[in-house]
Design a protein around this ligand. Structure first.
Ligand code: CUA
Length: 349
C-alpha cells in the first residue's frame, strides 16, 4: 500500500513538475499534489525518516503502555471486587525491588527518547552552509516566495537533493509554515525572522499549509512546493521572469490574471460576483464605489492603483479595512496587468 502510494506520487510528480516548468502561468494547485493519505504523506526530505522513526516509536510505546495499564486495571477490578465470602487483603506497604524497577526502566526509556529528540532537533535547526536561500512572506492569507534573483512567486520552487534555507517573516499576524511531506513546521512572526531548512529527496509537488489560526481565510492559506529535477530550478527562475515581461508586452490582462492567482488577490476578491473578504472584481469596472466614509469614487485605473498601493485610504463600504499594501511588492507593469485583468471581467453600471 505504501509502495503503491509512493509510486503513484512519483508518477504524478514527473508530470506536474514538468507542467509547472512548461507553463509558469498555471501555478500548480494543491489538488495536483500528493494523494490524501490516512497517515502522514510519504517521507520526502532527508530529515523526515528520523522524525517518523521517533514519532512511530513513541506512538508504539504509548500504545503498549495504554493497553497494559488498561488490562491491569480491568483485571484488578475483577479479581479484587467485593463479593460475599471474599475478605480483603491488607494493603502492601513497601516493595523495594518493585519501586526501584519502576523508577529505573522509565528513566532509561525517557532518556533515550530525549537523546534521539535532541539529536533530531539540532539537525533540524542547523542549516548547512551552502543552502539556497528563499525569503518566505506570510500575510493574510497567502504565502509568497522571493528568490535570490528577486523573482516573487506564490509557489515554492526548489531543486531536488540540495539544501534550501527558508528565511521567514510575517506582514501582519502569527502564521505557521508547514510542509507535511518534509516533516517541518515553524511559526512565522511579524517583526522578526524565523528559519527552516530542508533537503527534498523526491521530485514532485507537495502541500504547504498555514497551521496557526490567523483569521477568516486561514484555511485557504495554502501553497505548493515544486521540487524540480536537476537543472529545473534554474530553468524555472529564468523562464518565470521572462514570461512576466513577455506577457506585459503581449497580453497584460493575462499577466494580471496570473498575478491575481499567484499574489494573494484571489483569497479575498472573487471574479464570479460573490462577495468574499473583499469586494468581487466581476462587473466592478466603471461603477461608482460607495466608500466607508460616505463618499463615492469612480472604479477606474487610478482607483485600482491606489487601492493596491494604499488600501486603507479608500475602503469599500461594508468591508473591513484588512487589505495589506502592495507598495514595493508589485512593479508598475504588474499593476497595469491587474488593471487590464479587472477591466476584462466586465463593466458594471
Ligand atoms: Cu496564516 Cu493561518
Amino acid at each position: 500500500m505504501i509502495a503503491n502510494l509512493a509510486s503513484l506520487l512519483f508518477a504524478m510528480a514527473d508530470t506536474t513538475a514538468e507542467a509547472a516548468e512548461g507553463a509558469v502561468a498555471a501555478a500548480p494547485q494543491p489538488t495536483d499534489t500528493e494523494p490524501a493519505t490516512f497517515w502522514m504523506p510519504p517521507a520526502s526530505s532527508t530529515q523526515a525518516a528520523d522524525v517518523d522513526w521517533l514519532f512511530y516509536g513513541i506512538l508504539g510505546l504509548s500504545t503498549i503502555c495504554f493497553i497494559g495499564i488498561t488490562a491491569a486495571v480491568v483485571m484488578f477490578v475483577m479479581k479484587y471486587r467485593h463479593r460475599p465470602g471474599h475478605t480483603s487483603s491488607p494493603s502492601a506497604s513497601h516493595n523495594d525491588s518493585l519501586e526501584i524497577t519502576w523508577t529505573i526502566i522509565p528513566t532509561i526509556v525517557v532518556a533515550i527518547i530525549f537523546v534521539l529528540g535532541w539529536r533530531g532537533y539540532t539537525q533540524l535547526i542547523t542549516t548547512p552552509k551552502h543552502a539556497i536561500e528563499v525569503l518566505v512572506t506570510g500575510q493574510k492569507w497567502n504565502w509568497t516566495y522571493t528568490y535570490p534573483n528577486g523573482l516573487v512567486d506564490s509557489t515554492l520552487h526548489v531543486p531536488v537533493d540540495e539544501p534550501v534555507r527558508l528565511v521567514m517573516k510575517s506582514e501582519d499576524v502569527l502564521h505557521s509554515f508547514y510542509i507535511p511531506a518534509f516533516r517541518i513546521k515553524q511559526d512565522v512572526m511579524p517583526q522578526r525572522y524565523t528559519q527552516l531548512w530542508f533537503e527534498a529527496t523526491e521530485v514532485g509537488n507537495y502541500r504547504v499549509y498555514c497551521t496557526e489560526y490567523c483569521g477568516q481565510a486561514h484555511s485557504s492559506m495554502d501553497s505548493v512546493v515544486v521540487v524540480h529535477p536537476p537543472g529545473g530550478y534554474e530553468k524555472f527562475l529564468d523562464r518565470a521572469e521572462e514570461l512576466e515581461i513577455e506577457l506585459s508586452k503581449t497580453n497584460p490582462a493575462k499577466l494580471g490574471e496570473m498575478l491575481y492567482e499567484k499574489r494573494g488577490c484571489k483569497q479575498c476578491h472573487s471574479v464570479d460576483g460573490s462577495a468574499g473578504t473583499g469586494p468581487t472584481f466581476k462587473g466592478s469596472w466603471g461603477t461608482q464605489v460607495q466608500l466607508a466614509d460616505g463618499t463615492q469614487v469612480a472604479f477606474d485605473e487610478n482607483y485600482v492603483r491606489d487601492s493596491i498601493l494604499e488600501p486603507q485610504a479608500q475602503v469599500h463600504k461594508g468591508f473591513n479595512p484588512v487589505m495589506p499594501t502592495y507598495q514595493g511588492k508589485l512593479k508598475d507593469f504588474h499593476i497595469t496587468g491587474l488593471i487590464q485583468y479587472i477591466k476584462s471581467l466586465g463593466e458594471g453600471n
